[in-house]
Write a protein that binds this ligand. Structure first.
Ligand code: SF4
Ligand code: SF4
Length: 440
């Protein structure tokens, strides 16, 4: 696409990066077919090509963002299905992140929306605050239908509906030293996942230990910054990235083979730290090193090989690929390959490329579209008549689990179980048979 950014504009590295992305787009429209919002809404301005055009107009002409432009950019899930489809290598992710930061700096949202966005940014990345908010949400859950009737409070109703009914039990996630160390890794402790489903981290530690890895937790590490980064709160996202780079840099100095992540949404962002901090002389090199060491837990296990065990035999798994894993990190076949190796019968749903509607805080801020995508995803998963749904991101697990009676587990929990670990809590009592009682 032809552009006409001025030399002054291109002196800004963020603008120059966006201009390079826009120039790569040849307007072919292949991406529209795989964009969830275009598939649902059928509006060109809710397609990747339409959004690229809107962002070009806004950035190139240094326009104040209008409510109309903000509406179409806000509706984008950042699922990156368009990136997988695009034959021209358009890095839509970097462009939309820049546009979101541009909008955040210049557009005054309605007061209620501003309030919710500030609340989400202040609570979700902090496990203690998030835990307290969930307790509060459980108390006020009975008034959810009432809240849902007030249009402006839609995000509040969506937030209350997403809160799990019971408090998560926290199993031990202490790393026992591996018997035959293959290496040493740091496991991201995360923010939402350990509050909602602490059993995922515990399963990852056990499985990594049995695969020969010593697992450490880095002091001073915090939320990866993904939630605020994708809301356009640029400085908060960069501050989180710097804090984590510092924490992991200390671990790298002690010898580190990988930074392992169990939530694929976080992994996609950490792999992008090198880009996010490229213009910061104090952090560019360290951040690039951190990104090069970042591995999704499945990616690492696929390279290292699973411990012995075929305990999944006789169990049907419907695999839901998180967008941040299949599109954001281009990890497509490893989860099914490992589940199959552990004995599970893996099935893939129709429209596997389409987002489930979770997408960070999207299912709170855009609950209508998110709900439609969630229902559509669950319908295609349930058609597979599996015993369990596996996925690799906490957001997807909550979004899907809210809509189905089929148990939902993280892929790493199933792999741990099939190779000697305990049954995942989500499956406990839900199956007639399983590895624990197989043949006994
Ligand atoms: S990131 Fe997803 S929702 Fe956004 S334009 Fe691309 S395909 Fe569509
Ligand atoms: S597929 Fe790529 S090049 Fe074609 S319109 Fe979409 S973003 Fe542009």
């Amino acid at each position: 696409m032809q552009t006409s950014f001025s030399a002054r504009q291109l002196a800004d590295p963020a603008m120059a990066a966006s201009e390079a992305v826009i120039r790569k787009c040849v307007h072919c429209g292949f991406c529209t077919a795989t964009c969830p919002t275009y598939v649902l809404l059928g509006d060109e301005l809710d397609s990747p090509r339409g959004r690229i055009y809107l962002m070009k107009q806004m950035l190139e002409n240094e326009r104040e963002p209008t409510a109309e432009v903000v509406k179409h950019i806000d509706r984008c899930l950042s699922c990156l299905s368009c990136v997988t489809t695009c034959p021209s290598g358009v890095n839509y992710a970097h462009l939309v992140d820049h546009a979101r930061a541009y909008i955040e700096a210049r557009y005054r949202r309605p007061v209620i929306e501003r309030m919710f966005r500030a609340l989400l940014a202040a609570v979700l990345p902090h496990p203690r605050r998030f835990r307290a908010a969930l307790m509060l949400a459980r108390l006020v859950r009975p008034v959810t239908p009432l809240v849902g009737r007030i249009k402006a409070l839609g995000p509040m109703a969506a937030m209350l509906a997403l809160a799990p009914r019971g408090a998560a039990q926290a199993p031990s996630a202490v790393s026992s030293p591996a018997t035959a160390p293959r290496g040493r890794v740091v496991l991201l402790q995360g923010c939402a996942e350990p509050v909602l489903r602490p059993e995922i981290r515990a399963a990852a530690v056990r499985l990594l230990n049995r695969s020969g890895y010593d697992v450490a937790f880095a002091q001073g590490e915090a939320c990866c910054g993904s939630l605020v980064h994708h809301m356009g709160r640029d400085q908060e996202g960069l501050a989180a990235a710097r804090r984590n780079v510092d924490a992991w840099d200390r671990e790298i100095a002690r010898g580190l083979d990988a930074i392992v992540i169990t939530a694929s949404g976080c992994g996609a962002t950490i792999k992008d730290y090198g880009f996010m901090l490229r213009d910061d002389p104090a952090y560019a090199e360290k951040a690039a090193r951190v990104s090069s060491l970042a591995r999704d837990v499945i990616e690492l296990l696929d390279a290292a090989g699973l411990p012995e065990g075929k305990g999944g035999e006789g169990i049907k798994v419907a695999y839901h690929a998180p967008c941040s894993l299949q599109h954001g990190q281009q990890i497509t076949s490893a989860p099914q390959r490992l589940l199959t190796a552990a004995g599970f019968a893996v099935r893939t749903p129709a429209e596997a490329h389409l987002c489930c509607g979770s997408a960070g805080v999207y299912n709170i801020m855009q609950s209508g579209i998110a709900g439609q995508l969630g229902d559509r995803k669950v319908a295609s998963l349930e058609r597979l008549q599996a015993d369990v749904i596996a996925t690799g991101n906490i957001g997807c697990a909550i979004q899907i689990g809210q809509r189905t009676g089929t148990p939902v587990a993280h892929t790493v929990e199933l792999l741990d179980w099939a190779t000697g670990g305990p049954i995942p809590p989500a499956l406990s009592g839900a199956l007639n048979r399983g590895p624990a009682d197989d043949g006994a």
